[in-house]
Every structure is written in C-alpha cells, then in structure tokens.
Design a protein around this ligand. Sequence first.
Ligand SMILES: Cc1cc2nc3c(=O)[nH]c(=O)nc-3n(C[C@H](O)[C@H](O)[C@H](O)COP(=O)(O)OP(=O)(O)OC[C@H]3O[C@@H](n4cnc5c(N)ncnc54)[C@H](O)[C@@H]3O)c2cc1C
Length: 370
Amino acid sequence: MCAMEAGKRGRRVALIERADRAGKKILISGGGRCNFTNIYCQPEHFLSANPHFAKSALARYAPADFIALVEKHHILYHEKTRGQLFCDHSANDIVNMLEAECRAAGVQVFLKSKVREVQRTTEFVVRTESTEFRAPALVVATGGLSIPKIGATALGYDLARQFGLQIRPTRPALVPLILGKNDRTQYCDLAGVSAEVDVSTDHHSFREKLLITHRGLSGPAILQISSYWSRGQSIGIDLAPDHDVTAAIRASKVRSMAAARSAFQGLLPHRLAVRWLDLHAPSAWTNQALAELERQIHEWTLVPAGTEGYEKAEVTAGGVDTDELSSRTMESRKVRGLFFVGEVVDVTGHLGGHNFQWAWASGASAGRAL
Ligand SMILES: Cc1cc2nc3c(=O)[nH]c(=O)nc-3n(C[C@H](O)[C@H](O)[C@H](O)COP(=O)(O)OP(=O)(O)OC[C@H]3O[C@@H](n4cnc5c(N)ncnc54)[C@H](O)[C@@H]3O)c2cc1C
C-alpha cells in the first residue's frame, strides 16, 4: 500500500521482500479469503499505549477507500458478520490487486531479498545478501513476530532499536489460550465444542463464539480477549449471556438432575451442558443452590496458564512506540526519512479486518508523505 501510494506520486520505489511473493500473510488470512477490512472500523478497535495515535491515519484512509480499490478491480466480496468484509473467491485477489497497482505505479519489486542490515550515511543504505539499495527515505513494513514459519522476522524492531527508537514490549495477541492442568483435565476432552459467550478481563468484554481446544480455549471470543490478557490475570466467561438457565428447574415440579440437564441442554451445547452439571450440580436443589449454579454459569472464572505463542498468534501487540512517530506520516521524529508502518508499530487491531485496515491506512499515510 505504501509503495503504490509513493509510486503514484512519482517516487522511485523499491519494495524489498524476503519471500518469493509480497503479501504472503494476506494469502493465509481470513481462512484464505482475507478479511480485508471492517466497515465499522474505528479507533476504539485498536490497542496502543496511545489510543489516539491511530486516529489520523484511520481517518485519512477509511474502509471505503480500500473498498473502492477492491471494486475498481472487480473483486467480488461479501460481509460475513459484524462489518467484516471477505473476498468471495480468494485472498489471492487482494494480492493480485496490490501487485497490479504497484506495477501501474512503477514500483520495482525485489523478491527473495532478505534485508540483513541498514546503515545511514547521507542516505539509507539497505543491504541484502546479494545487493545494496540507497535511498533518502526508508519505510519499515516488516510486520510482527507472529507465524515465524511464513517469514516473520524481528528486523523491524531491531532497526527501531538501532536508530534509538523506543519499543513497547511485544507479545502474541489474537491468540488461543492454554488452560492450567486442572481445567484442561476437566474440559479439554470436549475439544471442538463451541458456544456463544461473553468473555471479559481487565474491563474489556466481547460477545462472540468460544471454542474448546485440546489445550485450552480459542474461537473469536478468546482471540479478542487474549489481546487484553496478561499472565496471572483471570478471565471471566458468561456461558449463557442474557439467559436465566435455572428458571426452568425452579419452575419444574420435580427438581432433579434430569430437569437440570434439560434446562442446560436447551442453552448450551449438549456435551458442555452434561460436563458442566457433572462438575457443578449441587447435592440438593434448594433455591440457594440453584442461585449459586446460576451464578457459576455466568461467572466461569479461569486463570489461563499461557497462550499458544507467536506460532499461533494472528498478530503481535506492542512494537515501535507511537511517541516516536508522527501520527500523520508515520515518520520517525528522531530520524528524518525513516518511517514505520503496519503491525511493527504499537497499534494492534481487534479481530475482524481491523489489522489490515491499519496496515492499509498507515501504509497510505507514509506513502503520501514520501
Ligand atoms: C493466520 C493469520 C490470519 C490473519 N487474518 C487476518 C484477517 O483476515 N484480517 C486482518 O485484518 N488481519 C489478519 N491477520 C493480521 C494481518 O495479516 C497483519 O496484521 C498484516 O499482515 C500486517 O501487515 P504488515 O504489512 O505490517 O506486515 P506483514 O503482512 O507481516 O508483512 C511484512 C513483510 O515483511 C517481510 N519481511 C520481514 N522481514 C524481512 C526482512 N528481513 N527482509 C525482507 N522482508 C522482510 C515479510 O516476509 C512480510 O512479507 C492475520 C494474521 C495471521 C497470521
């Protein structure tokens, strides 16, 4: 995005990519269909030490701008849920589109070119294994640390440090959580079971699907909350939001395990309902015991043992401190001509197309300032 915007303005642009194709993460995104933006994208869908930083770029390159580009290339797309736009056919359409725009803007793309080092003399000198590039401006768009097997490197953070820029500690985000031993024993044989829940931690909450996995919890609800979770913290899960699960038991003539099973199975997936009652059913069905059962189903409190790490994380939270950058252009305040865009910056989106929108918006901001 940055290269094509700069190319359109007549700049001579070299796009240096270590892989054999640029935009490989786009290809694996959104289950291969790329959730390329979210029509409701707002600054509050992002985490950053400075929640105001992303506003300027997001305002100047909106979801509608990217949608216009997608439509110009006749790419078919649909809204899946909650404003999330996906390609009808394949994420490849988006990469093809960006490649075509870069070609049209005269951008030279250098593939299989891993950047080894950068020096600054009177200009930036970028060295790969086989060649050297010199330019008055350098945009670092190296992404985060997630999914190392498709080429993530720490180069962006290393360069920031090299040039004296502060980094906010990085951590895996939008990542499945691993449960402690006891919880794993109690629930993980239910792997594959999913339910719509409210999940919360640290004053943030999301209502989405939860999925039980072999090692813990995943699904959109858990990915979202993982970005706000830190080790040692608990998460709270309401397994039956807005429902009075025990009402049917209280109303039934005979209060029994059978009545409880029928009430719980009406609202929870069958296997989870049975397991929940095996673990939590009271010895007597008193009003007080039912109130406690009701509370527990809405306040399942867990302390995850950890996350599945960068191997499974969709994004890296933290990164180049936004205080170091101009929010209008993404240029370093300390080093003229040095820019950072996309995920390497301490701006992390919620699930649902926000991370790409940030990549497009921050890339466009820098490209238009070059
Ligand atoms: C499985 C998965 C699914 C996702 N799905 C979505 C989704 O549907 N919607 C959404 O909004 N977000 C999604 N994301 C997040 C999104 O992909 C990223 O936030 C986005 O790609 C960040 O863009 P970027 O340009 O900053 O970095 P990247 O897309 O990571 O690009 C960085 C590029 O820099 C290259 N590079 C790194 N180091 C070097 C080096 N030393 N020399 C040369 N090149 C180098 C890399 O090869 C890479 O191509 C998903 C992420 C994953 C992992």
